[in-house]
Design a protein around this ligand. Structure first.
Ligand SMILES: [Zn+2]
Ligand SMILES: [Zn+2]
Length: 100
């Protein structure tokens, strides 16, 4: 799907439909600040251009519900614009369906 963040570059980026497994891996890397590896992973998933991969990297939330830009911690929805700072968030819910 096409996505755009009004706090960043004024252009649209193609965001692939990530699997739950991919979302887990990417979110965990982001949460642990392993950004070089995160970038490599994203690029390898869809053979995507560096700029596109960087856009995705920047917008993944390390903590579910917490804005990656201003830290507002009441976000709901998967691809959501923060009501406070207007940044786009990839607010993936990566919890196991059976708890954890
Ligand atoms: Zn942004
Ligand atoms: Zn925000």
């Amino acid at each position: 799907m096409k996505m755009k963040c009004q706090r960043c570059l004024d252009r649209e980026f193609d965001v692939p439909d990530f699997s739950l497994e991919e979302k887990r891996t990417l979110t965990n890397l982001k949460a642990n600040y392993q950004l070089a590896e995160l970038l490599e992973r994203i690029e390898s998933i869809d053979n995507m251009p560096m700029l596109n991969a960087k856009f995705i990297l920047l917008h993944i939330n390390g903590t579910h519900g917490k804005c990656n830009r201003c830290g507002m911690d009441d976000l709901s929805g998967e691809y959501v614009v923060c009501p406070k700072c207007k940044a786009l968030n990839f607010n993936w819910d990566i919890k196991e369906p059976n708890g954890h």
